[in-house]
Write a protein that binds this ligand. Structure first.
Ligand code: 13P
Length: 257
């Protein structure tokens, strides 16, 4: 069965003290309300990774990086390698977020190289995929997701897939307050699961976590988490507000199975 996950992507938000306070509050919450059914992940800005790992203490709170270089080391100003992220204590890394794709020109080939690098070094990649509004309106959204999966997972063996987490994040729902309806999200998640089943195996499809991302809030988490193929969420805005993140964790623990 796929890991059930509630993950917060802080993006470029929260300074050191705010980040520290949020990690500590999440940690305290998890100590008082131990979760059995979900893993909780936070992805702080890179310079807070070490501190977040230090403050996380709770085994149920894992730390993810938001990006990673495809190279091992060398003259790559401003970049961080997989082994540097591991040094910092990160266990996972978000790759191919639509903001990296659209604002920083990351293409499928680069993202695929990063996914392979992360896996080879022992990090769990969270591969983000998602269509634009235009693609959805012109009914090519499934074809686009298939192409992103083909390219992002290119060259991976079935036994490597067990360590990949997929985050379906429709671009039109990110930071817009407009969430995919539970039916829209479920349809795409089931499409992704079928893809994994046909391309790899039924077991792979069953084991890979498929998270939904795009304006997840306490108010809509329940309906989204109730869908059979939604294994959790990758949350932006609501993950940097303590009460809403903790509420979503609570709903996740209650509903996700
Ligand atoms: P929002 O939850 O702010 O829409 O962001 C989603 C996201 O991009 C998570 O990676």
């Amino acid at each position: 069965m796929a890991r059930k996950i509630v993950a917060g992507n802080w993006k470029m938000n929260l300074h050191l003290k705010e980040g520290q306070a949020l990690v500590q509050a999440t940690n305290e919450y998890l100590n008082q309300n131990p979760v059995e059914h979900i893993d909780v992940i936070i992805a702080p800005p890179a310079y807070q990774l070490c501190q977040s790992v230090f403050n996380s203490g709770n085994k149920k709170l894992s730390i993810a990086a938001q990006n990673m270089a495809a190279q091992d080391n060398g003259a790559f100003t401003g970049e961080l390698s997989a082994s540097m992220l591991i040094d910092s204590g990160a266990e996972l890394v978000i790759l191919g977020h639509s903001e990296r794709r659209t604002l920083f020109g990351e293409d499928d080939a680069l993202i695929n190289a990063k996914v392979k690098k992360a896996l080879s070094k022992g990090l769990y990649p969270i591969l983000c995929i998602g269509e634009s509004l235009e693609q959805r309106q012109s009914n090519v959204h499934q074809a686009h997701i298939k192409a992103q999966l083909d390219a992002g997972l290119e060259g991976l063996a079935a036994d490597e897939l067990y360590r990949v987490i997929i985050a379906y994040e429709p671009i039109w729902a990110i930071g817009t307050g407009e969430t995919a309806s539970p039916e829209q999200a479920q349809n795409m998640h089931s499409f992704i699961r079928k893809y994994l089943s046909e391309k790899y195996s039924a077991t792979v499809a069953d084991e890979v976590s498929i998270l939904y991302g795009g304006s997840v809030k306490p108010a809509n988490a329940r309906d989204l988490f109730g869908q059979p193929d939604i294994d959790g969420a990758l949350i932006g805005g609501a993950s940097i507000v303590k009460d809403s993140f903790l509420d979503i964790i609570q709903v996740g623990e209650e509903i996700l199975r």
